[in-house]
Design a protein around this ligand. Structure first.
Ligand code: WTA
Length: 647
């Protein structure tokens, strides 16, 4: 095999015609020709209490993977290791923002998970009950998730950067019985008062019976009648909790994600199919071995953390690093310092973090020993070729292949990526390369027909895959309509893509009203509802504009109600309102006050127009905008926007 840098040199001349590689081609062919046989072999890598009767029971668009099989996720992550040499190996090396570290071996993690599973059981949590987890990035977060899995409860983790309204909506939708939180979390040296946010929420979530509070920051918090301290409950809990054997299709978790509607959607993942997908993709893509120290920088509040911090690495028995804080606090060197200190072999991060580090120049990463690294990954947004090159040269010293992994909350695990365990293929900076074996992805036009090479279209997945969502929590109809109705019988992810002449796939951003701000997924309508919940705002339209670090930033066009001044004071108030309802990640970069918004005759906001106005781009041919848009109306709206007040 040639060295990765050689491979890059070759692929750098994009004229060169390359093929995906014989091994990958062979495996993908086998997988698509006989998926039952292929996925059954993969599922045998898991520990089952009972084997399945049927690999796939497909009643489109509802899939039952490994129907009839029984297993438990926490057994697959923990029990499978505790009678092996892995028992005393570090499972999680946790680093706090202040540099403090804590290491948990597989046995120690197993002990904590068992005890906490008993805590939940003693509080009356049963199989199928929902538990909302609102914790910072501390080891108790995966402990709580695995404890839920152990007793068959369904966890719903809410990103700790969200605020009260977001938490309330999610806990209410899931009808959670318990909320688990902490007295505080640390972010950029500041205390984030999570318990206060929970206190603001719980009054509006009648289903909640108990709130478990972890002592993390040591600050004083009010303890109400429903509140219980984590450490006190743990003191009295028994050491062993028998795992609940659950059906393969039993929901492991709900994870809320933004879409094109106002309310976030509760993506529901099962157990057997989801874990099979994770086990296999982690093996193919990361080629995990016993020596690996895996550093995934995601927050567990998002899907990357669920899949590739909690479930996949633990099933494989690797050592992983979990970092609590911001990449640039106290200095813009934290990831490099952590790689050096703990000897990370694989780094899996976002283009946003890389763009931020790249801005600070090479001298910072060059001052650390990064030679332990053997593989570099990215996820969450398209990566610009210059950033890819910087990652390859400055961080990987041209010795580490780069895996650009494309997937979504809904897909459960990686769908497109080079699979280094199968073979290293020539890389192209900015391309996510090929589907992983068993995933039947294609790029199609408006009619659903495959497009010619080099033509922009929509990426679709034509066959079910084990990691796919079961449905949306409590809303089968919406599940069908959002994902399976755009192209009949085909999964629609909502991303633009193209296939080049060598068959490589390139992702070109969202094709809908979903934003990716610093890799965080936000829906424009969700943001708009938060803006209009402010007393002075009558109407709101949200769009994005390109941002050199965050990829995209939020811009808001607001129509104030009669009697409210378009002032700097109002802008400040509205921004503060967004931060306290949705959270700091939803902070707009620009706020414009306008007297009316450009809409189509049917009343749809023309976000595309707003986006080009705010990015200083060409308005272009407005006849091609939304259907039925009256030109004069659009022109007038455009004039209004130009006159908009931007305090
Ligand atoms: C985007 C994150 C380009 C895409 C795992 C997708 C990417 C959305 C990539 C899902 C990539 C993710 N290249 N775009 N490698 N990975 N995306 O649900 O728009 O937070 O639809 O899952 O992120 O975001 P989500």
């Amino acid at each position: 095999m040639s060295s990765p840098s050689k491979l890059y040199e070759e692929s750098g001349k994009l004229k060169l015609s390359v093929r995906p590689g014989k091994q990958l081609e062979k495996l993908s062919k086998e997988a698509l020709e006989d998926p039952d046989k292929f996925w059954a072999e993969q599922a045998r890598n898991l520990v089952w209490f009972e084997e399945w009767d049927k690999v796939l029971d497909w009643n489109p668009p509802f899939a039952k993977w490994f129907a009839g099989g029984k297993l438990n996720a926490s057994v697959n992550c923990l029990d499978r290791h505790i009678n092996t040499d892995t028992k005393n190996k570090a499972a999680i090396i946790w680093e706090a923002e202040n540099g403090e570290t804590r290491t948990l071996t597989y046995l120690q993690l197993y002990y904590q998970v068992n005890k906490f599973a008993n805590v939940l059981k003693d509080l009356g949590v049963k199989k199928g009950d929902r538990v909302t987890i609102y914790l910072p990035m501390v080891p108790e977060l995966p402990i709580a998730m695995l404890a839920c899995a152990r007793i068959g409860a369904i966890h719903s983790v809410v990103f700790s950067g969200f605020s009260a309204q977001a938490l309330t909506d999610r806990a209410n939708d899931a009808q959670s019985k318990v909320i688990i939180t902490a007295d505080g979390g640390m972010r950029k040296g500041r205390l984030v008062e999570l318990k206060k946010v929970v206190d603001e929420s719980t009054g509006s979530v009648p289903s909640v019976e108990h709130v478990i509070v972890l002592r993390r920051a040591g600050n004083k918090v009010e303890m109400g009648p429903k509140d219980l301290w984590w450490h006190e409950l743990m003191e009295n809990a028994k050491a062993y909790c028998p795992p609940e054997p659950v059906e393969s299709t039993h929901p492991l978790y709900i994870l809320y994600t933004s879409g094109t509607t106002g309310k976030p959607k509760g993506v529901m993942h099962g157990t057997g199919g989801y874990l099979t997908h994770l086990y296999s993709t982690a093996k193919w893509v990361f080629d995990f071995s016993k020596q690996d120290v895996f550093f995934c920088t995601a927050d567990i509040g998002w899907v990357t953390g669920h899949s590739y911090i909690v479930y996949a690495p633990l099933m494989h028995g690797v050592t992983e690093i979990m970092y609590e804080g911001a990449p640039d606090f106290p200095k813009p060197d934290r990831y490099w310092a952590i790689v050096e200190k703990h000897g990370a072999t694989i780094l899996y991060t976002t283009p946003t973090a890389l763009r931020m580090y790249m801005k600070y120049g090479d001298s910072i990463p060059n001052s650390f020993d990064l030679s332990s690294l053997r593989l570099l990954g990215t996820v969450g947004e398209p990566i610009n070729p210059e950033v890819w090159m910087w990652y390859f040269k400055t961080i990987g010293k041209e010795n580490c292949p780069i895996i650009d992994t494309w997937w979504q909350t809904e897909t459960g695990g990686i769908m497109l990526s080079m699979c280094t365990c199968i073979e290293t293929i020539p890389m192209k900076p900015g391309s996510a390369t090929f589907p992983v074996p068993g995933v039947d992805a294609a790029v199609v036009d408006e009619e659903g027909k495959p497009v010619a090479p080099g033509t922009k279209g929509y990426i679709v997945v034509r066959k079910p895959w084990p990691g796919m969502l079961l449905t949306l929590w409590g809303d089968d109809e919406k599940y069908k309509q959002v994902y399976w109705s755009r192209f009949a019988g085909t999964y629609y992810p909502g991303d633009y893509a193209l296939v080049d002449h060598d068959g490589y796939l390139w992702l070109l951003g969202r094709a809908d009203d979903v934003l990716k701000v610093a890799g965080h997924r936000l829906g424009t309508m969700e943001l708009e509802s938060a803006f209009v919940s402010h007393k002075a705002i009558a109407e709101a339209a949200v769009a994005s504009k390109p941002d050199a670090t965050k990829g995209e930033s939020i811009i808001a066009f607001l129509v104030p109600k009669e009697g409210f001044e378009k002032s700097e004071q109002l802008r400040k108030e509205v921004v503060a309102h967004i931060r306290s309802t949705l959270g700091p990640i939803a902070t707009p970069d620009d706020v414009y006050f306008v007297s009316k918004l450009p809409k189509t005759r049917s009343g749809k906001i023309m976000r595309r127009l707003l986006k080009s106005i705010a990015s200083g781009g060409q308005i272009g041919d407005i006849t091609t905008l939304e259907d039925g848009a009256a030109i004069d109306e659009v022109k007038q709206a455009y004039e209004d926007l130009k006159k908009a007040v931007r305090p």
